[in-house]
Design a protein around this ligand. Sequence first.
Ligand SMILES: [Zn+2]
Length: 226
Amino acid sequence: MYKNLSNCFLLMLLLGVAPSAYTATIDESIRFITSSSEYVEIRNSDLVLLDLRYATTNNFTGQNLYGNFDHAFLHKEAADKLARAASNLHAVQPDYRLVIFDALRPRSVQYQLWNVVKDTGKQKYVANPKGGSIHNFGFAVDLSIVDGKGKELDMGTPFDDFTDLAQPRLEKKYVSLGKLTQQQLQNRLLLRKVMQDAGFIQLPIEWWHFDALSRVEVKKNYSIVE
Ligand SMILES: [Zn+2]
């Protein structure tokens, strides 16, 4: 048995064929997520609005990466924190809501995203599917805030604007240069405060991205959703 297996690998090497990793289809990913009790669906409510950009063509790739799956899921621990963040926001601004752009992103979708950005200037903003993004574990969420009329607050850049201006770590510089207004900064700080008070961690290079646990904890204790 073992001899046959090693012979098989030897033959593959001789033929120049590398054994490839298993990649799920999107339908398989969706079946897994919806049948698992680990993941919770995030729904439209008085506190949360869904605007799942990657389930439409209204995103930087211009492609619908989720097919007809326009539902948002998170690991239940992250979902609990998101509910807390939504009520934190309601407590300070009762007519505002969190607007969700992306949540659990199966690795099958991460591969599609990776293929779009690979070898371009945007590659550094998308995690290599091999190690996985925190989105692939269901512990990351991309979001903003909408006002009482459903209009997004001005954060200085749109979602998925891959420029330095979108980076929280450079905000002080851009405020002093007059490229980020005090109001835009205040809007970002409001989002950050309600999320951080609920236990989320801000990604320093994207104002819209938050992790529910540290990347080390997630990768050590949880599994990627294929
Ligand atoms: Zn993200």
